[in-house]
Write a protein that binds this ligand. Structure first.
Ligand SMILES: Cc1ncc(COP(=O)(O)O)c(C=O)c1O
Length: 434
C-alpha cells in the first residue's frame, strides 16, 4: 500500500495473523506479544467465541443509535454493574475510543458544576507525567511531551501537578511531598475554579508502570473532598484486571467520582471504552434543563458491547484477574533477578502484568542517555528482531522506559522468553551507545 500510513517516513510492520500470545509477520516470523499490542489484548489473540458474538450482533442489528437500548448494551451494562463495578458506580457512558471517553469525563465534570450554578468551577488539573489521549483537550491535559510536537503552541493550558516519580524524588517523604504539590496547585488556581483532578492510578505510557507511594491516593482523595473537586481516574490501560485487581485504583483504599476504562474491556476485539460515575456526579446534570451527554456516532456500538460481554465472561471463566496477579509476581521476580544489579537499569516497577524497566546511562547517578540516542526505540526494535514485542514508554521527564503487558494467558515460559529477550536487547543497545 503506497499511500498508507499518512506519513511515509518509517517502515511499517505488517502483521498477517495472531493466535494465543503470538503475532505473525507477513514474512512468517512468530513474535511473542509481550505488550498485548498496546496493552490491550488481555485474553490473547484469535478467540473464535468473541468473533462469533461480534458476527451475530452485526447480523442481528448492526448499527443502533447510541442512546437507544438493545440487548447487547443491556447485557453489558448488567454484567458490568453486577460483576465488575462497586455498587456506587451506577452510571455508565460508552464511547468508541479512549480519548473520547476522557473528554466525556472532563465535560461531565465541568457540567456537574455548571448545572449547579457554578460555571466558574471549570478547570481540570492534570499531571506532568501522564497520557490521556490525542484529541486537542486530552493531549493538552496530558504530559506526554513527544506526542505534542508540532501542536504544543496551540494547546489549551491546564493546571498541572507532579506525578509521583519516587525514583528521582529528593524528599524523604515522597507521599507528603506530592500531596503538598497537588494542594499548592489547587490553592494557586483557586479551589472555586477547579472542577476535577484527572490522573492515571499507575502512569502507563508516559511513566512506564509508575506506581505512586502508599498514602498518595488516599491523600489525593482527601484533598479533592476538602476543596470540592471531582476525582477522575483514567483506567484505560490499568483497568479490567491488568494490574492483578479488577481496576488499578483498587490497590489503595479510595474511590474516584468518575473513572474511565477501555483497552481490556474488549481486549482488542472491538473498539469500546466506558466511563463510570456515581449518582452524585450525574444527578445535577440530569436535572438541569437542556444539559446532555452527547454521544459519538459509533459510541456503545452494539457488536463491540457483545465482544465486551464475551471477553468479560472469558476473563471470569479462566480466572484471568487472579492469574494476572499470580503471573505478575512471577514476572516481577524474574525482572528483579535479571536487572536489579544491571548497570544501565535504574528500576523495575509495576503491578500485576503491567511492568516496566527504566534504562539509564548510569545507575548510581540516574543520569539519562541523551534523547537523540533513542535508546528505548532501539531496545524495542532489537527485541522485536529477536522475536518479542515490547511497548516503548516514557517521554521527556521520564526518558527510556520499556513497558511490558503480555496477554493474561501467558505461562512462565513466555515470561522467561520476555525477560531473556529484554536482557539481551538492553545489553546490545547499551553497549552500542556512549
Ligand atoms: C491511560 C490512557 N488514557 C487514554 C488513552 C487514549 O486512548 P485512545 O488511544 O483509545 O484514544 C490511552 C491510550 O493508550 C491510555 O493509555
Amino acid at each position: 500500500m503506497s499511500n498508507w500510513p499518512f506519513l511515509q517516513n518509517g517502515k511499517p510492520t505488517h502483521i498477517s495473523r495472531a493466535e494465543g500470545v503470538y503475532i505473525y509477520t507477513k514474512e512468517g516470523r512468530q513474535i511473542l506479544d509481550g505488550a498485548a499490542g498496546a496493552i490491550v489484548c488481555n485474553i490473547g489473540h484469535g478467540r473464535t467465541e468473541v468473533a462469533d458474538v461480534v458476527r451475530n450482533a452485526t447480523l442481528k442489528t448492526d448499527y443502533v443509535l447510541p442512546p437507544w437500548h438493545c440487548d447487547e448494551r443491556e447485557d453489558l451494562v448488567d454484567l458490568l454493574t453486577t460483576k465488575w463495578l462497586r455498587p456506587e458506580f451506577t452510571r455508565v457512558h460508552l464511547t468508541c475510543g479512549g480519548s473520547e471517553a476522557i473528554e466525556a469525563a472532563m465535560r461531565i465534570a465541568v457540567m456537574h458544576y455548571s448545572a449547579q450554578g457554578k460555571p466558574e468551577k471549570a478547570k481540570i488539573i492534570g499531571r506532568d507525567i501522564s497520557y490521556h489521549g490525542t484529541t486537542f483537550a486530552t493531549i493538552s491535559i496530558g504530559g506526554h511531551e513527544s506526542r505534542k510536537v508540532g501542536v504544543k503552541h496551540t494547546l489549551q493550558r491546564f493546571p498541572i501537578a507532579p506525578t509521583p516519580y519516587t525514583l528521582r524524588c529528593e524528599s524523604n517523604d515522597p507521599t507528603q511531598f506530592y500531596l503538598d504539590e497537588l494542594e499548592s496547585t489547587i490553592l494557586e488556581e483557586g479551589p472555586d475554579t477547579i472542577a476535577a483532578f484527572l490522573a492515571e492510578p499507575i502512569a502507563g505510557a508516559s511513566g512506564g508502570a509508575m506506581v505512586p507511594p502508599d498514602g498518595y491516593w488516599e491523600g489525593a482523595r482527601a484533598l479533592c473532598d476538602k476543596y470540592d473537586v471531582l476525582l477522575i481516574i483514567d483506567e484505560i490501560m490499568t483497568g479490567f484486571g491488568r494490574t492483578g485487581l479488577l481496576f488499578g485504583y483498587q490497590h489503595w483504599p479510595f474511590e474516584p467520582d468518575i473513572f474511565v476504562s477501555g483497552k481490556g474491556l474488549t481486549a482488542g476485539y472491538s473498539p469500546l471504552n466506558a466511563l463510570f460515575s456515581t449518582d452524585k456526579v450525574a444527578e445535577p446534570i440530569e436535572q438541569a434543563p437542556g444539559f446532555s451527554v452527547m454521544f459519538h456516532t459509533y459510541g456503545s456500538f452494539a457488536p463491540a458491547c457483545a465482544a465486551a460481554c464475551k471477553v468479560l465472561e472469558i476473563m471470569d471463566e479462566e480466572r484471568l484477574v487472579e492469574r494476572t496477579k499470580e503471573m505478575g509476581v512471577v514476572l516481577e521476580s524474574k525482572l528483579q533477578a535479571a536487572f536489579s544489579n544491571h548497570p544501565h537499569v535504574a528500576e523495575c516497577r509495576g503491578k500485576g502484568l503491567l511492568q516496566a524497566i527504566e534504562i539509564v546511562r548510569n545507575r548510581s547517578t540516574l543520569e539519562r542517555y541523551p534523547i537523540e540516542e533513542n535508546v528505548t526505540a532501539k531496545v524495542i526494535k532489537t527485541a522485536f528482531d529477536n522475536g518479542v514485542h515490547f511497548y516503548g514508554a516514557g517521554t521527556s521527564i521520564v526518558r527510556d522506559v520499556v513497558l511490558m503487558g503480555p496477554p493474561m494467558t501467558v505461562d512462565e515460559s513466555h515470561l522467561d522468553t520476555m525477560v531473556e529477550a529484554l536482557s539481551a536487547a538492553v545489553d546490545t543497545v547499551t553497549q552500542g551507545v556512549s
